[in-house]
Design a protein around this ligand. Structure first.
Ligand SMILES: *[C@@H]1O[C@H](CO)[C@@H](O)[C@H](O)[C@H]1NC(C)=O
Ligand SMILES: *[C@@H]1O[C@H](CO)[C@@H](O)[C@H](O)[C@H]1NC(C)=O
Ligand SMILES: *[C@@H]1O[C@H](CO)[C@@H](O)[C@H](O)[C@H]1NC(C)=O
Ligand SMILES: *[C@@H]1O[C@H](CO)[C@@H](O)[C@H](O)[C@H]1NC(C)=O
Ligand SMILES: *[C@@H]1O[C@H](CO)[C@@H](O)[C@H](O)[C@H]1NC(C)=O
Ligand SMILES: *[C@@H]1O[C@H](CO)[C@@H](O)[C@H](O)[C@H]1NC(C)=O
Ligand SMILES: *[C@@H]1O[C@H](CO)[C@@H](O)[C@H](O)[C@H]1NC(C)=O
Ligand SMILES: *[C@@H]1O[C@H](CO)[C@@H](O)[C@H](O)[C@H]1NC(C)=O
Ligand SMILES: *[C@@H]1O[C@H](CO)[C@@H](O)[C@H](O)[C@H]1NC(C)=O
Ligand SMILES: *[C@@H]1O[C@H](CO)[C@@H](O)[C@H](O)[C@H]1NC(C)=O
Length: 712
C-alpha cells in the first residue's frame, strides 16, 4: 500500500514545524471557488481614525456617501441615505452618512458600484466593507461581498470575496481579497445576503491594492548544541532527581526498563545502551481497559506547546515522539508528561529533548533518498564493426523525475496564464479543489453541474497532467449540501448510489486516484445514517465502477500529535477495519498545513519535502495550491499574484533540480557506461567524432541494476 500525501510531521525532535487545520471550502453553491480569509471584527470605535476610506488608493468612488448616493445603485432594491436611524440608535461609524438598501425582495438584492476600468487584472485587491442589518425581525444574518465579472467571451463569473455574520446591534467589518484574470469587460462589486424584508445598512467600502505584510525574523538562538540532550537525569540513573509530580500523587522508582531503546531515540541519538531505570508516577488504581493518551507538553512562558502524544491500551512500552518549535526566546519552559485518566498509573523510562541539527538530518535524508529513489544503471552501447563507442564521452541529464509532484487547481486557475505556465512546468499531477465535490456537481437534487470538472479535465488532458479525483463523498457534516442533509434513510441510500454511478461512470478511466470519503476520522455523516458498513461499501462500489482508479483514505492531523480523533493509531485502526470489510483501500493520504511563523516557509517546505522524499512509503506529494490568492491560506504561496517566485518557490525548484540525475564520463572498453540515477526520463548526448547520439531513455522503478541498451 502506498502513501500519497500532502505533507507530514516527522519524528524528529525540535523540528521547526507548526501545523494548523487544513482549510477546504465546503458548500459554496453558485460561486466560483475563490478562497479568501473573511474575518469578523466588531469595530473598536476608538480606531476610527485609522480607517482610510478617503485614501487615494481606494478605487471606490464616493466611498462614504459624502456626495450623496452618486456612483452607487441598488441591485433590485432602493437606496436611501441616512444620518441616523432607529431614534438615533444607529449612527454612521465613519463620516456623516450611511446608506440603507431597502425594499429588498430577494437575498441577492443589495448595493453595488461598477468598478470597470479602475480595477486591474493580476493585482491583489483588499476589500473592507462596514455593514450591519436592520429590521425584518431578525438579529443576525450573513452578508457577503461578491464581484460580478463579465469576460470578453461573455461568460459571467461571480467571485466571492468575503462573508460575515452581521448583526442589528453593531457595525461589523467584512474583509477579503480578490484577483481578476484576463481583461474583463465589466466588473461590479456588490454587497448582498440577508433575507428579504431585512435592510442592509452600509457605511463604507474600501477596495485597494493589497499591502504586503513584512514577515518578522526568525528568533536567534545562541549556542545551539545540536543533537545534545537538554534534559537532566534523562533516563533516571539518578533516581527521580529533577522530576516532580504535578498534582496530588507521588513518584516512585522501580527497576526493569524496556530492553531496547525505542526507534526514534535510537535513530536520532544513536544510543547503543539499554535504558537503565524507570520511574513510576504512582496513583491509586491499577490501569484501565480503555485507550489512554500520553502526551508530552511544554509550558513556554505560560503557553502550551504540544510535543507529541500516543494513545494505547496495552501494558507494553510505547514511544512518544514529537517535535516543537519555540517562537521566541523564552524565560521559563517546563516539560510535562501527562495524559491518562485519574487512577491509571503512568510509567516513564526516559525523556530526551535536543535541538535538531538540520544539516546532519539532511545528510541522513540524502542518503536514504539515494537508496530509495535511485537505481544503478548500465547503459550498454551496441557496437558494430562500423561503430565502436568505447572511449566516447557521454552526458546524461534527467528531464523529468517520475516521482509525482502535484498541486490543487480550481476552475479559475486555468484562466490565469502565468499560473498555468508554472503548473505545467513544475507539476505532473493535479487535484481539483472543489469542482468534483458532490456539493459542486449536484448543488440541488437532480440539478447537475459537471461543467467545471469537465473543463478542468480537458485542461489536464491537454497538458498530460494526471488527476486525483477529490472527493466522491465527504464525511464531515458541514460539508454536505442541504438537500442531502434533508434526505431520509432510503432517500440517502438512493442518492449515494446515484452519486457513485453518475460520477464514476461519467469519468471512468480519467481519474487515476479517488479520495473516496474525505476525512472519515473527522466526521460520520454517512456512517451515522447508513451504518458502519457504508464506508467499505463506497470503496467496493467505486472499485466495481472504475477498477482503474486507486482508492484513497485521506485525513488530516495524523502525524502532528495534536488531535486524538486522528492519531496514527486511529488511522491504522480505521484502515484495517475497512480492509477487513473488504474495502479495496489502495493508498493513504496525510494532509497537513505548514503555518509560517517568520517568513520561513522555504525552510519548512524543504524539511517537509526532504523528509517525504526520503520516506520509502511516500509515493507522491501534492501541494494545496501554489499561486497567491488561489489557495485556501494566506502567505502559503510559492508565486505571488504578479507572477514573482519567492524564497519557498526557489527552494522547491532547487530540490526538484537536485532530484534529477546528472552523469558524464567515458564509455568503457566493454561499451558500457554506469551511473546511479533517479527514476524517470533522461536525455543522453554523445558527441564524438565517431558517434553522435541525442535521445531519451526511461528509468523505471526497481531495486536491481537496470541495463539499458542504447542503439547506435
Ligand atoms: C479599542 O482600541 C483602543 C486603542 O487601540 C484600546 O485601548 C481599547 O482597549 C480598545 N477597546 C476594545 C473594546 O477593544
Ligand atoms: C460619480 O458620480 C459623480 C457625481 O454624480 C459623477 O460626476 C461621475 O461621473 C460618477 N463617476 C462614475 C465613474 O460614474
Ligand atoms: C473624507 O473626505 C471628506 C471631504 O474631504 C471629509 O468631509 C470626510 O470627513 C472624510 N471622511 C473620512 C472618513 O475621513
Ligand atoms: C418601497 O416600495 C414601496 C412600494 O413599491 C414604495 O412605496 C416605497 O417608496 C419604497 N421605498 C423606498 C425607500 O423606495
Ligand atoms: C416579529 O416577531 C414577533 C415574535 O416573534 C411577532 O409577534 C411579530 O409579528 C413579528 N413582526 C414582524 C413584522 O414580522
Ligand atoms: C490527595 O490524595 C489522597 C489519596 O487519594 C487523598 O486522601 C487526599 O485528600 C488528596 N489531597 C488533596 C489535597 O486532594
Ligand atoms: C484543449 O485543447 C484544445 C485543442 O488545442 C483547445 O481547443 C481547448 O480550448 C483546450 N481546452 C482547455 C480547457 O484548455
Ligand atoms: C423518504 O422520503 C421519500 C421522498 O421524500 C418518501 O417518498 C418516502 O416515503 C420516505 N420514506 C420514509 C420511510 O419516510
Ligand atoms: C572498441 O575500441 C576499444 C578501444 O578504443 C577497444 O578496446 C575495443 O576492443 C573495441 N571494441 C570493438 C567491439 O571493436
Ligand atoms: C538534444 O536534444 C535536446 C532536446 O531534444 C535539445 O535541447 C538539445 O539541444 C540537443 N542537443 C544537441 C547537441 O543537438
Amino acid at each position: 500500500m502506498g502513501i500519497f500525501f500532502f505533507s507530514l510531521l516527522f519524528h524528529v525532535f525540535l523540528l521547526v514545524l507548526h501545523w494548523g487545520f487544513p482549510v477546504e471550502s465546503a458548500y459554496l453553491p453558485n460561486l466560483q471557488a475563490f478562497e479568501t480569509n473573511p474575518s469578523l471584527h466588531v469595530i473598536n470605535q476608538s480606531k476610527r481614525a485609522g480607517h482610510h476610506a478617503n485614501g487615494s488608493n481606494n478605487i471606490i468612488l464616493n466611498p462614504t456617501f459624502e456626495d450623496g448616493p452618486s456612483n452607487w445603485s441598488g441591485k433590485g432594491c432602493d437606496i436611501l441615505l441616512h444620518e441616523s436611524m432607529g431614534d438615533g440608535k444607529v449612527l454612521p461609524l465613519y463620516s456623516k452618512f450611511f446608506a440603507s438598501a431597502t425594499n429588498r425582495t430577494r437575498s441577492w438584492n443589495g448595493i453595488e458600484q461598477e468598478i470597470t476600468g479602475r480595477v486591474q487584472p493580476n493585482l491583489a485587491y483588499e476589500v473592507t466593507v462596514v455593514v450591519r442589518i436592520y429590521g425584518g425581525n431578525i438579529t443576525n444574518a450573513n452578508i457577503q461581498t461578491t464581484l460580478w465579472v463579465q469576460n470578453p467571451d461573455i461568460h459571467e463569473q461571480y467571485i466571492k470575496i468575503a462573508i460575515v455574520q452581521a448583526t442589528d446591534k453593531d457595525w461589523v467589518q467584512l474583509q477579503g481579497k480578490f484577483l481578476l484574470n484576463g481583461s474583463p469587460l465589466r466588473v461590479i462589486i456588490f454587497v448582498e445576503g440577508p433575507p428579504l424584508g431585512t435592510d442592509i445598512l452600509f457605511n463604507s467600502l474600501v477596495v485597494k491594492h493589497a499591502e504586503k505584510v513584512p514577515h518578522s525574523l526568525r528568533p536567534f538562538m545562541k549556542n545551539e548544541a545540536f543533537g545534545v540532550n537538554i534534559i537532566d537525569n534523562s533516563n533516571l540513573d539518578d533516581g527521580i532527581n529533577g522530576w516532580f509530580p504535578l498534582g496530588n500523587f507521588s513518584l516512585s522508582m522501580e527497576f526493569g526498563s524496556p530492553i531496547e531503546l525505542p526507534p526514534i531515540a535510537r535513530n536520532s541519538l544513536g544510543f547503543q545502551e539499554c535504558l537503565s531505570g524507570r520511574v513510576c508516577l504512582g496513583q491509586i488504581g491499577s490501569g484501565s481497559a480503555s485507550p489512554q493518551i500520553v502526551n508530552v507538553a511544554l509550558s513556554v512562558d505560560g503557553n502550551w506547546v504540544n510535543g507529541g502524544q500516543v494513545e494505547f491500551n496495552d501494558e507494553s512500552w510505547h514511544e512518544v515522539g514529537g517535535s516543537f518549535r519555540i517562537d521566541k526566546q523564552p524565560s521559563n519552559v517546563m516539560v510535562y508528561i501527562q495524559g491518562p485518566a485519574a487512577g491509571v498509573d503512568l510509567m516513564v523510562a526516559g525523556l530526551w529533548i535536543f535541538p535538531v541539527d538540520l544539516k546532519a538530518r539532511f545528510k541522513l535524508l540524502k542518503k536514504q533518498t539515494d537508496k530509495i529513489r535511485k537505481r544503478d544503471l548500465i547503459l550498454k552501447f551496441s557496437s558494430s564493426e562500423a561503430i565502436n563507442a568505447s572511449g566516447a564521452f557521454v552526458q546524461v541529464k534527467q528531464i523529468q523525475n517520475s516521482f509525482p509532484f502535484g498541486s490543487c487547481i480550481t476552475r479559475s486557475s486555468i484562466d490565469n496564464e502565468g499560473l498555468v505556465q508554472f503548473l505545467v512546468k513544475n507539476f505532473i499531477w493535479v487535484v481539483f479543489g472543489n469542482e468534483l465535490k458532490w456539493s459542486w456537481t449536484e448543488p440541488q437534487q437532480d440539478n447537475f453541474n459537471y461543467k467545471d470538472a469537465d473543463e478542468l479535465l480537458e485542461f489536464c488532458k491537454n497538458h498530460s497532467l494526471e488527476i486525483r479525483g477529490h472527493c466522491i463523498f465527504w464525511e464531515v457534516e458541514y460539508a454536505i449540501q442541504p438537500w442531502v442533509q434533508g434526505l431520509n434513510k432510503s432517500g440517502l441510500i438512493t442518492a449515494v448510489q446515484n452519486r457513485l454511478t453518475d460520477l464514476l461512470t461519467r469519468y471512468k478511466g480519467n481519474f487515476r486516484h479517488y479520495d473516496v470519503d474525505n476525512e472519515m476520522l473527522h466526521g460520520s455523516f454517512y456512517k451515522d445514517r447508513l451504518g458502519k458498513n457504508i464506508q467499505a461499501t463506497m470503496f467496493k462500489i467505486s472499485h466495481q465502477l472504475d477498477s482503474s482508479a486507486t482508492l484513497f483514505v485521506n485525513d488530516y492531523h495524523i502525524e502532528d500529535g495534536s488531535d486524538v480523533r486522528s492519531s496514527p493509531e486511529e488511522y491504522i485502526r480505521q484502515i484495517l477495519d475497512l480492509q477487513h470489510q473488504g474495502a479495496p483501500v489502495g493508498a493513504l493520504e496525510f494532509k497537513g498545513t505548514l503555518t509560517i511563523q517568520w517568513g520561513r516557509l522555504a525552510d519548512d517546505l524543504e524539511v517537509m519535502l526532504r523528509e517525504a522524499f526520503a520516506h520509502p512509503s511516500v509515493e507522491g506529494i501534492m501541494l494545496w495550491g501554489f499561486w497567491e490568492l488561489y489557495m485556501s491560506r494566506e502567505n502559503a504561496h510559492l508565486v505571488n499574484v504578479e507572477g514573482k517566485i519567492n524564497a519557498a518557490s526557489k527552494r522547491y525548484l532547487a530540490l526538484k533540480e537536485e532530484w534529477l540525475s546528472h552523469a558524464r564520463g567515458y564509455i568503457d572498453a566493454q561499451g558500457e557506461f554506469r551511473f546511479r540515477g533517479f527514476y524517470g526520463t533522461h536525455n543522453i548526448e554523445i558527441n564524438s567524432p565517431t558517434t553522435k547520439i541525442n535521445g531519451t531513455f526511461v528509468v523505471d522503478k526497481g531495486e536491481s541494476p537496470l541495463a539499458i541498451t542504447i542503439d547506435l
